[in-house]
Design a protein around this ligand. Sequence first.
Ligand code: AMP
Ligand code: ZN
Ligand code: FE
Ligand code: FE
Length: 294
Amino acid sequence: MTNYIDLHTHSTASDGIYSPTELLQRAKDSGLRVLALTDHDTTGGLEEAAKAAAELDIDLIPGIEINTDVSGGEVHVLGYFPEFQRPAFQAVLKVLRDARERRGQRIVELLNEQGIHIEWERVREIAQGAVGRPHVAKALLEAGYVQSIGEAFDKYIGNGCYAYVPRYRLMPEDAIRLITSANGLPVMAHPADLPGLDELRNWLPRLGEAGMVGLETYYGQYTPEQEQALRALADEYHLIPTGGSDFHGPGIHPTPLGGRYVPYEAVERLKAEAAKRRGKTPPAFELPPPVQEK
Ligand code: AMP
Ligand code: ZN
Ligand code: FE
Ligand code: FE
């Protein structure tokens, strides 16, 4: 059986390897019918993706992913069907991307201080759009300091490592409100990034209150047991169970494009919720001031 839905992918607009057009072509070749493009802090790939999707007869769901750091882990929030042309939404995304530039430069500085010689100009070149740690990892790989992207995270740029620098400090609730401010649907990405189901249970009521509507249940390499536990939590907290591969191209995450079965229910329920919000006046969002950088 071929899977036909993937609701979590990245392109060169952020830290994916393939351009939106290439990604859509690959989705077609893999037999996908529904694809969501969810780049980090940018909707810059969506127009090109929509054009390619129309030519290939793929149902493209516009999306975004906003990463936040919490004590003990990260909470990433996917946003589906944001009305991304809204100027206020784009203005906030621009602030987040600008902060990614400064953070990327700071990571390179910290590496240089440790005698690791990579250049910011090279990282910037590798990153065609919104810069992220995978671009730094690639520069480290290129320069021969590591043998894989994963090793770069483990040794140098992962949380707890010497050259780890946090992003613009957003709380998960901020990410949820930002997405809501564009009439998008906030969904918690790869919830097993939090250390344990108890920790997740602590977060869910808070996040639900902030406006989260879904929980990524059918994710990447999650085991059947994890899927079952997440599905139960989604039902308990009235969240839409979504899913996808988190495909970035080879070398970043192991699941191939379309490599995880996602039920059509996820698409139907997201579309129904999006239809209720479309065109309504959303609540405004104000970005909290940045916390002092390292
Ligand atoms: P950033 O938003 O710049 O902090 O980068 C985070 C992104 O790096 C995630 O969305 C993943 O795509 C990728 N990533 C995080 N941890 C790892 C890892 N251990 N190995 C490979 N890629 C990773
Ligand atoms: Zn990524
Ligand atoms: Fe993520
Ligand atoms: Fe992702």
